[in-house]
Design a binder for this molecule. Sequence first.
Ligand code: DX5
Ligand code: ZN
Length: 251
Amino acid sequence: MKTTARELIDRGPGLSVGMLTADLLRLGEELEALDAAGIELVHVDVMDGVFCPMTTVGPPIVKALPDRFVKDVHLMVDEPLEKVQAYVDAGAGIVTFHVESTRHPHRVLQRLAAAGVVRGVSLNPGTPLTSVEPLLDEIELLLVLAVNPGWGGQSFIPSTERRLAEAQTLVAGREIVLAVDGGITKGNVEPVAALGVDLIVTGSAVYDGVAPADNARAMLEAVRRARGEATRPPDGRESPAVMAGVTKEGE
Ligand code: DX5
Ligand code: ZN
């Protein structure tokens, strides 16, 4: 399914569920669990073993995903310029690539502009937010990573809260979806949603090998609870106490 930045911002904060830890041999059933819970976005982590250590999936899997979901493709691949079209052709609704992965982020965005997808850029935790400043006129989504790319199930890096506040200032007044990815659990999804992000990516907290439908439902309910509080203040600031106690479950 296609979507727009406007829709995602108006509806937000929304939940996009990563299938990295889903059972790929039972992917159909795994996706039904999301459907049952009312999840509309599926986040596909594409890793090439070069930009980050793991290798995962490519365009054929994106194509195989049912079109009733918005296919939210997160490219963690080196030099994405010549690779993005295959994901567009596979039915991606959102294509996000990393500013660190290419010398020509602006050119990649130009290529995506005609493709009818939501165009996103992502930043590793060690990359200054100012690196997207020259691209702000071209992007529709900014994905702030709260973990280093590579694996599901890592802990949310605490400085992400500060980075999200900075990112809000950066995108204020623009039609840019602010998204966060990595380390979001049942224990911290509500305060993260209340920070004023538009889209939250969560993976292993849903696909834990036990109860994906229940997990997805619980995460969605938490996000909905936070919706009342979630705002995008012009100065990008929320209460500094909001992230108190935000850790991975069990820590
Ligand atoms: C990190 C990926 C994330 C991650 C999310 O490289 O981009 O999408 O898999 O998984 P959890 O929610 O388990 O951190
Ligand atoms: Zn991701």
